[in-house]
Design a protein around this ligand. Structure first.
Ligand SMILES: *Cc1c(COP(=O)(O)O)cnc(C)c1O
Length: 434
């Protein structure tokens, strides 16, 4: 499979090149040059397959030209060392719990898969360390750190917005004496993401180091996220005892999840439509409502992993619809919720459904309740374990979590201005690698 850049100003590349580069040299994002369609027969007994079996079929269609089947099977099995249960909350609404991985958020899936793909392709013989950059709005940092922890030949640099994370999230990538280096950026998540992109555009730097990105700009973070859309559909069909009209609701920030869902649909997943949930950072839902895409400066909310004002995967979504905004708007409906509304949903869900939803999943649950039509069955992605956002969840439900919240090791954490130059100094500072 070849991959092209959404900016179309550079040549197509192989899977290995796309993964190891992260961002295309012209600043665009990589996309598969054609999207394989899974034969209809696959869906006849998908309800009887487990997530590893499903993931293998999907991965093999996308990556089978470039990676041996046994290796794909192994990478898939090592990725899913945990379950992804579908839980029925109401007559027609289900929660797909994506938070049973080691860092308690869905990002474990993409990060674990990507870490294994990079190890697979990385050539230790070159003697150069692979430097992995990741900008985090909260949960990517921990998932990527966990996926790459003490992998030989790899250094991970985690850029996070000053003051934008919970102590729990920060603790997950502040690991003493490890190959993980946290960096605090005086700015927002969008600034972190911009710095990563600018650093990739620095040709001198790329010539000197092997640099890649572990954000959803990396195509191999994104592809594995398709697996659980197929799996969620399969579990729902199984639970309903047969075919039905399925609507999937996605809590959206940088749009990695939504892009993966749409890719799954293009591969043949029989989903009727998608619902797109935002917090007050409503760039995507606003776009779907008005047809106009206006990036904004992100503000902080209780669903902080969705505090994104300029989602980078929007360019991939445009590709998937050939830029046809009207078709996008027919297939996806957008909603946005304030902190008050999110807390209220968590509280109501606890009371009426006897279920604890986290602030991110709460937006998607609410959007589904607001949008589901009679005769449809809906599932929403529950993207994080509620204990990760204990403060808001306790506020909404009174429920306390006995798990002690780790405060994190005291790890040297440089604080830099929101510029690529400041990051460059750190990438080449000898002191950090003591
Ligand atoms: C990252 C994250 C999101 C947003 O996902 P995107 O793929 O960036 O749109 C939603 N919920 C949680 C818990 C997250 O960590």
């Amino acid at each position: 499979m070849q991959f092209y850049s959404t900016n179309r100003q550079c040549q197509k590349v192989s899977l290995k090149e796309a993964v190891m580069m992260g961002l295309a040299p012209d600043g665009g994002l990589f996309m598969p040059e054609h999207i394989p369609v899974i034969p209809k027969a696959f869906f006849n007994n998908i309800g009887e397959m487990n997530i590893r079996e499903i993931a293998y079929v999907v991965a093999d269609m996308m990556l089978g030209d470039d990676i041996d089947s046994e290796d794909i099977q192994r990478i898939v099995n090592d990725t899913f060392t945990f379950d992804v249960p579908l839980v029925r909350l109401e007559e027609d609404i289900y929660s797909l719990e994506l938070f049973h991985g080691p860092t308690l958020a869905f990002k474990d899936v993409g990060a674990r898969f990507l870490a294994r793909i990079i190890s697979h392709f990385g050539s230790p013989s070159s003697g150069r360390k692979v430097k992995v950059l990741v900008a985090t709005s909260g949960d990517s940092g921990g998932a990527v750190a966990n996926g790459f922890l003490n992998v030989p030949g790899v250094e991970v640099y985690v850029l996070f917005p000053q003051g934008g994370l919970t102590p729990f999230q920060r603790a997950q990538f502040s690991i003493a004496d490890s190959n993980i280096y946290p960096i605090e950026v005086i700015g927002t998540f969008d600034d972190c993401q911009r710095i990563v992109k600018e650093t990739f555009m620095d040709n001198d730097l790329r010539a000197e180091t092997s640099l890649t990105s572990a954000n959803s700009i990396n195509i191999c973070r994104l592809l594995p996220q398709m697996f659980y859309f197929f799996h969620g559909y399969a579990s729902l069909i199984h639970a309903e005892g047969g075919d039905c009209r399925v609507v999937i609701s996605v809590p959206c920030g940088n749009l990695g999840n939504l892009t993966a869902g749409l890719l799954a649909w293009r591969m043949g997943l029989p989903v009727s439509r998608f619902v797109v949930a935002n917090n007050v950072n409503d760039v995507t839902s606003g776009f779907l409502n008005s047809g106009i895409f206006t990036p904004k400066r992100a503000v902080r909310t209780v669903a902080c992993a969705m505090d994104v004002g300029n989602p980078s995967n929007m360019s991939r979504i445009q590709e998937l619809f050939d830029g046809d905004i009207e078709r996008m708007r027919l297939f996806m409906k957008g909603y946005s919720y304030s902190d008050m509304e999110i807390i209220n949903t968590i509280s109501q869900t606890h009371f009426y459904d006897n279920y604890i939803v986290d602030p991110h999943g709460a937006t998607a649950f609410q959007a589904l309740k607001d949008d589901l039509k009679p005769g449809e069955k809906g599932l929403f992605l529950e993207t994080a374990h509620p204990s990760k956002f204990a403060r808001s969840v306790t506020l909404a439900t009174g429920m306390r979590f006995d798990k002690a919240i780790p405060t994190g090791a005291k790890v040297h954490t440089p604080r830099i201005s929101a510029s690529a130059d400041a990051l460059k100094k750190i990438l080449f500072a000898p002191t950090i690698h003591n």
